[in-house]
Design a protein around this ligand. Structure first.
Ligand SMILES: COc1ccc(C[C@H]2SC(=O)NC2=O)c(OC)c1
Ligand SMILES: [Zn+2]
Length: 261
């Protein structure tokens, strides 16, 4: 029914506020980042991760994206530093992409839309559980990595795209073990950071965003593989999973900080 949000004309980003009023809030994500408005903050420390490959559990097609889920029952895979106070536990990562290589990312950098954007979602264990963290301005930290199409793709993406064959349709889940997602990071640790929200319902304004400046490279075939995922269940007519991105939202006076000059 229409309360099932999605990315179509009748249930897409312009409709979400009807069931999730915070979608029209003052701290929504994604946003456009214009380098001229960014403030370099020399006091921003580097961020770092300590991920346990054994924490990787499953890969899932939830009908909106393809996500890999991790064991977050203790401080097993954590993100710290940068704009964050304390450790944040890795819960899952997922990807947003377009129907063609010239768009698909959620954040837009100096007018550039990347082909895709990978989100590594972490939450602050001082708020006992993920649901509690959603209600706090510093409850969640997402590392965003831009994916651009090129002919020297990053081999580390291979594993994710191979597993996609097992989760083609909505509701499909498969084991995804022994994977350290930090192998996906680009060389540079330069980042932008700002306070924002989930880019999907419930659109809670609980996220400290850490967006990496350097994109990683994927091949045209790898993008085609992502686009071969379906939003329908196995028994339903085929509908490709493409354009699962929210457009940029009003910045409303927020300042984006950069760790670099
Ligand atoms: C109620 O719990 C939720 C809701 C939505 C997401 C995913 C959102 S958050 C982001 O940055 N991109 C997305 O697609 C989520 O992720 C852990 C957890
Ligand atoms: Zn996301």
């Amino acid at each position: 029914q229409s309360s099932q949000w999605g990315y179509d004309t009748d249930n897409g980003p312009d409709h979400w506020h009807k069931y999730y009023p915070i979608a029209k809030g003052d701290n929504q994500s994604p946003i456009e980042i214009n380098s001229k408005d960014v403030q370099h903050d020399p006091t921003l420390p580097p961020w770092s991760v300590a991920y346990d490959p054994g924490a990787a559990k499953t890969i899932l097609n939830n009908g909106r994206t393809c996500r890999v889920v991790f064991d977050d029952t203790f401080d097993r895979s954590v993100l710290r530093g940068g704009p964050l106070q304390g450790n944040y536990r890795l819960r899952q990562f997922h990807i947003h992409w377009g129907s063609s290589d010239d768009h698909g990312s959620e954040h837009v950098i100096d007018g550039v839309k990347y082909a895709a954007e990978l989100h590594m979602v972490h939450w602050n264990p001082k708020y006992s559980n993920f649901a509690g963290a959603l209600k706090q301005p510093d409850g969640v930290a997402v590392v965003g990595i831009f994916l651009q199409v090129g002919n020297t793709p990053k081999p580390e993406m291979k594993r994710i795209l191979e597993e996609i064959d097992n989760v083609k349709t909505k509701g499909k889940e498969a084991p995804f073990t022994n994977f350290d997602p930090s192998i996906l990071f680009p060389k540079s640790r330069d980042y932008w950071t700002y306070h924002g929200s989930f880019t999907t319902p419930p659109c809670e304004e609980c996220i400290i965003w850490i967006l990496l400046r350097e994109p990683i490279v994927v091949s045209p075939d790898q993008m085609a593989k992502l686009r071969s995922l379906s939003i329908n269940a196995e028994t339903e007519p085929v509908r490709p999973m493409v354009d699962n991105w929210r457009p940029p939202q009003p910045v409303k006076g927020r300042v984006v900080k950069a760790s670099f000059q």
